[in-house]
Design a protein around this ligand. Structure first.
Ligand SMILES: [Fe+2]
Length: 175
């Protein structure tokens, strides 16, 4: 999200960019219950609030996201989430068949760690402290033919996360 627009320059006058070398800067999460989402991202992912913005959004942001009123950045490790809210009550999870960034996958360091994340999700889900936009529980752990293990679970807004463990690929993450 940018704070201000920039002056247009003819695209043909600008060189082609070099091949990407960086990672993903942040994942944008739209929520109609920002306080609940902030607590859930803190408690489930272990994120800390690192930055926030209340008002002062650029014209482009307000055109793209009518009603935007607050944006809160939460971060853990090198993962950053930008949680933001729009007009009160506008939010519903996207229809399952809609084209979208359908899920975000987080890699963990061992099969045991994958099971702990799944149990952690169920603990928060059954705590009664969070209203989940989608009723589905976290999935079973799926194991593919190469031994890659994954489960899928929704955040409080109904956005889907995958957690995955790929044997051999993540020894540097092992714990
Ligand atoms: Fe995936």
């Amino acid at each position: 999200m940018t704070a201000a627009g920039s002056r247009e320059t003819s695209a043909s006058a600008i060189a082609t960019p070099a091949r990407l070398t960086g990672g993903i800067d942040h994942i944008g999460v739209q929520s109609d219950d920002l306080p609940c989402s902030i607590r859930w991202y803190e408690e489930f992912f272990g994120c800390d609030v690192t930055w926030q913005m209340e008002g002062g959004f650029s014209d482009l942001s307000r055109r793209r996201l009518p009603g935007i009123s607050r944006l809160v950045e939460l971060a853990v490790a090198d993962i950053r989430f930008h949680l933001f809210t729009r007009s009160a009550g506008a939010g519903e999870p996207p229809p399952a068949e809609a084209n979208q960034f359908q899920h975000v996958c987080i890699r963990v360091g061992s099969a045991d760690e994958l099971r702990r994340w799944r149990a952690h999700w169920f603990r928060l889900h059954s705590s009664g402290r969070y209203a989940f936009a989608r009723p589905e529980p976290a999935s079973v752990i799926d194991v593919d033919k190469d031994g890659m293990q994954s489960f899928y679970a929704y955040d409080v807004n109904g956005l889907e996360f995958e957690f995955t463990y790929a044997p051999g690929a993540d020894d540097d993450l092992g714990r």
